[in-house]
Design a protein around this ligand. Structure first.
Ligand code: G3H
Ligand code: 13P
Ligand code: ZN
Length: 308
């Protein structure tokens, strides 16, 4: 994060749920010599099982010895899940207390930080991401309607960081989770003024952007052209994300774009090959699409290619 901050780039944090996703992401980062964060949500752990995910990431670390790979818990819902991930091989966790009142968010986040930073007890330092402000959209089983989201209050960030001891802070500046971030006709906007205010108050401190998929139109079109129905899926323009990465944003979370690339590819494959039924045939181009997508993000959004 320190290097990313100083050099005006961000590290991509990509959500992983299965082998092909892990391979597509890490092959791209290996070829582009980029550091990478592989992150796992509560839903991913429920789907693929903690041990399988850890072993897939261990395999990627072995296959890519020259790039730094972080295994991070995305949106840790409670202390117990964070503890299970810390004890179970993760190198970083997020505790998401953003839906709680300030004092409760501080108390929960501090509890996770105290456990994660206890190097004497676990022999290694686990980084912790906290969050202030709420994003619209769906993450695991929490759904926040558009209009019910709340921007981060810059006047709260110093107290939150000082009292909790977090290593990075996710803030809400207008991004949202999922594929429907803006309505058709609505001008995509991010509150760069809030980001600026936060970074003035926390100089040099790494900021995290969730809900940062650009919902790449080519993949939405690929889905819709092949039997899918995702009208009006709109994301954050890539140039806005690149601008954020040049500012205090050091970690950019991307999940929906991976899903679109994979789904578009599989839909197209089935339309073109209705008689095929071997998963290796349709997952191979899906994995290649994920690799292409990640390479594109490294250059267009993150700027961390060549930085490993
Ligand atoms: O912010 C949430 C991520 O997109 C993960 O989604 O909870 O469906 O795995 P998920
Ligand atoms: P997207 O839905 O924009 O990909 O956001 C992912 C995310 O924030 C994961 O925590
Ligand atoms: Zn998120």
């Amino acid at each position: 994060f320190e290097m990313a901050y100083k050099n005006g780039y961000a590290i991509g944090a990509f959500n992983v749920n299965n082998m092909e996703i892990v391979q597509g992401i890490t092959e791209a980062c290996k070829e582009e010599n980029a550091p990478v964060i592989l992150q796992v949500s509560k839903g991913a752990r429920a789907y693929a099982n903690h041990t399988y995910l850890v072993k897939l990431v261990e395999a990627a670390v072995k296959e890519c010895p020259d790039i730094p790979i972080v295994l991070h818990l995305d949106h840790g819902p409670d202390f117990e899940t964070c503890k299970a991930c810390i004890d179970g091989g993760f190198t970083s966790v997020m505790i998401d207390g953003s839906h709680l009142p300030f004092e409760e968010n501080v108390a929960l986040t501090k509890k996770v930080v105290d456990y994660a930073h206890d190097v004497a007890a676990r022999g290694r330092y686990i980084t912790v991401e906290g969050e202030l402000g709420t994003l619209a959209g769906i993450e695991d089983d929490v759904k926040v309607e558009h209009g019910a989201e709340s921007y981060t209050k810059p006047e709260e960030v110093i107290e939150f960081v000082e009292r909790t001891g977090v290593d990075s802070l996710a803030i809400a500046i207008g991004t949202s989770h999922g594929a429907y971030k803006f309505k058709p006709g609505q001008k995509p906007q991010l509150r760069f003024d809030i980001l600026e205010e936060v970074s003035k108050r926390l100089p040099g401190f790494p900021i995290v952007l969730h809900g940062a998929s650009s919902v790449i139109p080519e993949y939405v079109e690929m889905i819709n052209a092949n039997g899918g129905k995702m009208p009006d899926a709109i994301g954050i323009p890539e140039d806005m994300l690149r601008q954020a990465a040049k500012m205090a944003v050091c970690k950019i979370n991307i999940d929906s774009d991976l899903r679109l690339a994979m789904t578009g590819s599989i839909r197209q494959y089935f339309m073109e090959h209705p008689d095929h039924f071997d998963p290796r045939q349709y997952l191979k181009p899906a994995r290649a699409n994920i690799k292409d997508l990640v390479k594109r993000k490294l250059v267009n959004v993150l700027g961390c290619n060549g930085k490993a």
